[in-house]
Design a protein around this ligand. Structure first.
Ligand code: G6P
Length: 604
């Protein structure tokens, strides 16, 4: 995920900015840059890859005395990770850094191009600086121009902007992406998109709220709220431990990433929906023309999102879909026909088995697509087209938010195909889009829910095995729940289709067999319920997850009522993630780095 730093003061600006960016490295990035305004002159440096490259670039650059500076680490979303796409972006006399996504950048860019603005990058961010310069020409006042620019942006952002017009000032705005400011004893001011760059530099910080914008100079900090009313800063003590600051108060990165799902899914959806349409800038209009079949191929958690997708593609887009485990597909001499779209799914974009299947499909002349979280990864470079999931870096080895964003993309993609094949009516599409917009709320972690799972987890630390069971898309979710538990608790767990238990596994049923039953209200409820009752009658210990009371269970985790089964899917996903997390924490395991596993498996 992108990172922002800013500094205004008389210390070594370059060093402060680069050190600040280093503190944000843990969030992941693929390029970086800084811009410093000192004695009326801008100096800007960018580089692709690690920060050492930026350090080399800036080797001979020093500032003396007062300066203002902004810096950025970029995790590519719009446009490849190239130097031109790295921030800060510039127009004529201003530089900007930005986290988040400007949803209406395409419209703004169209207008700006008409008026002669010269765009250098493919990013959404660049429109901010051109829009600012356009407004500056009209309004002749930098703050007014900045204020107007912010009012014209739709989407999520944390923004810092510097301009020659007001050379001792940093303009800032925050909406939906985090940003804070700290002030030290010398009255120097530091900006950052999370705590860590400020630890050790300042003791007190002000966290901006959504809608806040304003400016700082050497002596002033002026903040306006979303109603354009000036407000006082609210300074609080900054934490002192960097590692715990990186975890933002959570015990493990995995826990933080579970909590982050709501905001990263909002990013996944941004700019891809309107009232009755789902669109992907990444795909040309006729991308699905001539495609009669979809083949999805992946490993691990990504395989589970692919399985989920197969239900959605067939149900809504009426297109034949099959799913393959990459390591199996590679060696079974598969038949590939040219009317098949070959889709690989990978958080990292580097998993060796998946990568090989992508190469095989390309060699066979199939059209290929990758759903991936890392731009410029091997798969993104090789596939014909790529859709980025925008989950930000995932540090926990057990994948959570990457899975959530993959499923979100697949639901959107199924609707996108349905829209072009007209397999859903306009009303149905509009309804689905309404539900899609509700995913971020459905995955929001409620304190009461987390507490309940924490308490229940102590009863599931032993036993001779877990069965996660579900039907339809809740079957892949059951597989994913079981995989999460296996990966981090080292307990034996399986995912199974509820209706299949009677064909064998039910023989295992006894009080020491734990069944985690997914019982959504809007997908085969009665059928799934009977399957669970069969297990309950054989004395298996049942933990039911459902919005509807279920008296045959030993334990019951009540989810909210949702109008659509996919929203139930997303809430239940959070429940199984938290359950695995809490069981594993109780067992004393290193949740973020489970034994024998690696985040990215680049060997066969
Ligand atoms: C490894 C990880 C899993 C992951 C799988 C696929 O096995 O431990 O968590 O799901 O690789 O990774 P990918 O990056 O291709 O999604």
């Amino acid at each position: 995920m992108c990172g922002i730093v800013g500094y205004i003061g008389s210390k070594n600006t370059k060093k402060i900015l680069i050190n600040g960016l280093k503190e944000l490295e843990y969030r992941g990035y693929d390029s970086a840059g800084i811009a410093v305004l000192s004695n009326g002159n801008f100096s800007s440096f960018k580089s692709v890859g690690k920060l050492v490259n930026l350090e080399k670039r800036t080797k001979d650059f020093e500032t003396r005395g007062f300066a203002v500076g902004i810096g950025h680490t970029r995790w590519a979303t719009h446009g490849k990770p190239t130097e031109l796409n790295a921030h800060p972006h510039t127009g004529v006399n201003a530089y900007v850094v930005h986290n988040g996504i400007i949803e209406n950048y395409a419209e703004l860019k169209k207008e700006l191009l008409k008026e002669g603005a010269l765009f250098l990058s493919q990013t959404d961010t660049e429109v901010i600086v051109h829009q600012f310069e356009k407004n500056l020409k009209d309004l002749k006042n930098a703050f007014k121009a900045f204020e107007k620019t912010i009012s014209e942006l739709k989407g999520a952002y944390a923004i810092l902007l510097v301009t020659k017009e007001e050379e001792n000032t940093i303009f800032f705005a925050k909406n939906g992406s985090p940003m804070l400011i700290g002030i030290n004893k010398e009255n120097d001011k530091y900006f950052a998109s999370s705590d860590t760059p400020l630890i050790g530099e300042c003791r007190e910080v002000n966290y901006f709220e959504d809608g806040d914008y304003g400016y700082v100079t050497q002596n002033e900090l002026v903040i306006y709220d979303k109603n354009n009313t000036q407000k006082e800063p609210h300074f609080i003590q900054l934490a002192t431990n960097k590692l715990s600051a990186q975890k933002e108060g959570f015990r493990f990165f995995m826990e933080k990433e579970i909590y982050e799902q709501s905001s990263v899914i909002a990013d996944t959806l941004l700019g891809r929906l309107n009232e009755n349409e789902v669109f992907f800038d990444e795909l040309e209009e006729n991308f699905f023309e001539g495609i009669n079949e979809i083949k999805l191929c992946a490993c691990g958690t990504s395989y589970h999102s692919a399985l989920t997708a197969s239900y959605l593609f067939e149900r809504y887009a009426k297109i034949k879909t099959s799913v393959e485990i990459a390591s199996e597909f590679r060696y079974r001499s598969p038949l590939m026909s040219k009317d098949t779209l070959f889709v690989v799914i990978s958080q990292s974009g580097e998993t060796a088995d998946t990568l090989e299947t992508l190469k095989m499909a390309k060699q066979s002349g199939l059209k290929t697509l990758v759903i991936c979280n890392v731009d410029n990864s091997s798969m993104v470079r090789i596939a014909d087209r790529a859709i980025l999931t925008r989950a930000g870096i995932e540090k926990g080895v057990a994948s959570t938010k990457a899975f959530a964003t993959q499923v979100t993309v697949f639901w959107m993609l199924a609707l996108h195909v349905a829209q072009s094949k007209k397999t859903l009516t306009e009303d149905e599409l509009t309804q689905h889009i309404h539900y899609l917009r509700a995913i971020p709320t459905s995955v929001h972690v409620e304190d009461a829910m987390h507490e309940r799972i924490k308490r229940l987890s102590k009863r599931y630390l032993h036993g001779h095995g877990f069965f996660f069971i579900g039907r339809d898309v809740f079957f892949p979710l059951a597989l994913e729940g079981a995989l999460k538990l296996k990966e981090i608790s080292y307990l034996h767990a399986e995912g199974y289709p509820s209706g299949e238990m009677k064909h064998g596994p039910i023989a295992l049923a006894d009080p020491e067999l734990f069944t985690i039953a997914l019982l959504p209200q809007h997908m085969l409820y009665e059928k799934s319920k009977s399957n669970v009752e069969e297990l309950s009658a054989r004395d298996s210990t049942i933990c039911a997850i459902s919005p509807l009371e279920f008296d045959k269970a030993d334990d019951f985790i009540q989810t909210k009522e949702h109008p659509h089964y996919m929203l139930e899917f997303f809430e239940m996903m959070v429940v199984v993630q938290l359950l695995s997390l809490e069981i594993s924490i109780r067992l004393g395991n290193d949740v973020d780095m489970p034994r024998n596993l690696a985040k990215s498996v680049t060997v066969e």
